[in-house]
Design a binder for this molecule. Structure first.
Ligand code: GAL
Length: 659
């Protein structure tokens, strides 16, 4: 359920009027009109102002602002301020302060300073949200509720006494009997057998590795506690204001490791995502595209909201680079191309004080005489031209398997190599596909994947039997699957599937692994034909699979490195190493096999995405790019094209393909 208003693409950002005097707020209203801002998120960190003392609610200051915005045609995503509990509350309930894994209780002075499991926090949350909802339900400016802020970041897991109590309840509900828990956790190892629920602690810091099954369950439990805190608020708001969508903004789909967004998605009316560039990474627009594609996938293909990104520099990276001219526009339109129906920023006006005073805003410290403000105003105009894009969908032929549980499990202690990283493999495959101009969806391994021409599993270390069967069925009925190394190794309790690796995928891939041979830090091996590879080598015993490429050097010289197994009507491919420069070529073979077409001769500085009837052409490079076979009308200048078009360096062209 996407908010009905504003019409077209929503444009605006987080707005913190509480930081500014009245004259500035009046100027803000005029500037919002100038830029065409039509949606702001309000109230996010203002609990201390909304409830200055326990049970005394004060919304007068906010009424004035909401009314002024409404009078200026700006809709409001009204936030609940629970990510910033006030000092008086923390003083009265010091037990809400979260405890870290190494038993440090954090202090007041930052944000996210309350544990989602703490009863006092839940009670105060419910009271405040009810008061807020009762006060603002029916207000014509309020088009959606924006709960909390970025659950899971930075507070993923809490180790306080309330968390431990809730954890024991969670374990009871999950396992019912202590022996079942012992079995699931492999508790005979290192003599960890429990006899009573009360013996079980959180998996705190330890001088050695802690039971991995216990840690994995704690990650599931902790994420669930945040979801329960969200659902508590959502249910109150839904009850008070039926029909008004409720959401919470994710801390960056690709970056927020602690939140299992497949589970979160079921709880939200509309998916809202935040994304910040890694400023120093040269191709950071690829990370942006990945974040946007994952947001769309989590939304089940429906349009989603870009809830935060930055107009210029952020303030929390080691070196906070300003965006180059045109970069903000490219970023914003790339999110829209990949399914977002909003372009929102953190924040409308750059703050003068506090921890984020060096963070950019739509209105920078340099004011409206700046290039940045001019770009913001231009972007607002562009987005008005793109109103027809709203609601349209992106179709992908290729899917990447992404499972947060596998992410958690893979990166626990004591794996065969520290170079086994979930994001590293995911990024490598995503980047190769991006450079091939292939739009991808992300899928959970148990999801319905039957519609995809190719499914790629770059890092599926944890794979349940049910998920493995799902992949098996997909291939048998004609699908093309590509699996990368160290996949299908353990089940949901981090227990190795019986027999030789990869237990869950042996039959599907038509092979087994006799021995892992992780490589040294900078060691490379070669594949036949001379292509170098890093990180991983292993001894494969084919059992139906044929070698497409072999290792030419290293511990597995002469043995298969890239294999192919015909199964039923489909094919399962397996890649046993991390090719340095040739991943695109190997992947290309798989795409060709499945007849996934790609534009030939288009440089990989040009991002090309189709959304509904619109084709987005984004030139990230320093040279003009000619794109062949474009038929339609260029949205920003009304020029009709039928044949090759040239996209100038750093610019974006959007072509409407229907008359
Ligand atoms: C986000 C957060 C915002 C702001 C922003 C700065 O993670 O939700 O409140 O802090 O980062 O980049």
């Amino acid at each position: 359920m996407y908010p009905e208003r504003p019409a077209g693409i929503a444009f605006g950002g987080d707005y913190y009027p509480e930081q500014w005097p009245r004259e500035v707020l009046e100027e803000d209203a005029a500037l919002m009109r100038e830029a065409g801002v039509n949606l702001v998120s309000l109230g996010m960190f203002s609990w201390a102002l909304m409830e200055p003392a326990e049970g005394r609610y004060a919304f007068g200051w906010l009424d004035e602002i909401v009314d002024r915005l409404h009078a200026n045609g700006v809709a409001v995503a009204l936030a609940t301020p629970t990510a910033a509990p006030p000092a008086w509350f923390v003083r009265a309930h010091p037990d809400v302060l979260p405890v870290t894994r190494d038993r440090q209780r954090i202090g007041f002075g930052g944000r996210q300073s309350a544990c989602s499991s703490a009863p006092a926090f839940r009670e105060a949350t419910a009271r405040l949200v009810r008061a807020l909802g009762e006060h603002y339900r029916g207000h014509p400016a309020v088009v959606m509720w924006h709960v909390h802020n970025e659950y899971g970041a930075p507070l993923g897991e809490c180790y306080c006494e309330h968390s431990v109590a809730a954890w024991r309840e969670w374990l009871r509900t999950t396992y019912r009997e202590v022996p079942a828990l012992n079995e699931a956790w492999g508790a005979t190892f290192w003599g960890q057998t429990y006899t009573d629920w009360a013996e079980i602690d959180a998996p705190r810091f330890n001088h050695t590795a802690v039971n991995p099954a216990q840690r994995l369950d704690y990650a599931r439990f902790s994420d669930g506690e945040h979801r329960a805190h969200y659902a508590l608020q959502r249910d109150i708001l839904r009850d008070l204001a039926p029909g008004i969508p409720v959401t919470t903004n994710f801390a960056g789909t690709v970056n927020c490791k602690s939140t299992d967004l497949w589970r979160w998605a079921r709880e939200l009316d509309v998916i809202a995502n935040d994304h910040y560039l890694k400023a120093e990474r040269p191709d950071n627009h690829i990370d942006l595209a990945m974040s946007a594609d994952l947001a769309r996938s989590v939304a089940g293909g429906a349009p989603w909201m870009l809830m935060e990104h930055s107009a210029g520099a952020v303030n929390w990276q080691p070196r906070n680079l300003a965006k180059r001219p045109g970069e903000m526009r490219r970023n914003s339109l790339a999110h829209v191309a990949r399914g977002s129906d909003s372009v929102l920023f953190f924040q409308f006006r750059a703050s003068r004080f506090g921890a984020e005073k060096f963070h950019s805003g739509m209105v920078p410290h340099a004011g409206t005489g700046s290039e940045q403000w001019r770009e913001v105003v231009r972007l607002g105009a562009d987005l008005r031209e793109l109103a027809a894009v709203r609601g349209s969908r992106v179709r992908a032929e290729v899917a990447l398997v992404w499972d947060w549980e596998s992410y958690w499990a893979l990166e626990l202690d004591w794996r065969p190599s520290v170079d086994l990283e979930f994001r590293e493999r995911m990024d490598a495959f995503y980047e190769a596909l991006w450079r091939e101009h292939v739009t991808v969806d992300f899928v959970h391994p148990s999801a319905d994947i039957s519609g995809y021409a190719v499914v790629v599993a770059p890092s599926s270390y944890l794979l349940t039997e049910a998920a493995a069967k799902n992949l098996h069925r997909y291939v048998e009925s004609g699908g093309t699957l590509l699996v990368s190394y160290f996949s299908g190794i353990v089940d949901e309790h981090d227990t190795i599937h019986p027999g030789a690796h990869p237990g869950a995928l042996r039959e599907l891939l038509g092979l087994s692994i006799e021995e892992f041979h992780p490589l040294r830090e900078h060691e490379t091996v070669e594949l036949d034909g001379g292509a170098p590879a890093r990180v991983w080598s292993e001894r494969i015993r084919p059992a139906g699979a044929v070698a497409v490429r072999r290792f030419a050097t290293g511990p597995d010289a002469g043995h298969p490195a890239f294999t192919r197994h015909e199964l039923g009507a489909g094919t399962a491919w397996y890649l046993a190493t991390a090719p340095s420069g040739s991943l695109r070529e190997l992947l290309g073979q798989v795409l060709d096999h499945a007849r996934v077409s790609r534009p030939r001769g288009l440089p990989d500085t040009l991002e090309r995405v189709r959304r509904g009837d619109h084709v987005f052409l984004i030139n990230h490079g320093d040279d003009p790019v000619t794109v062949e076979g474009v038929t339609g009308t260029s949205v920003f200048d009304g020029v009709r094209h039928d044949g090759p078009v040239t996209v100038a360096p750093g610019t974006v062209m959007v072509v409407a393909t229907t008359p």
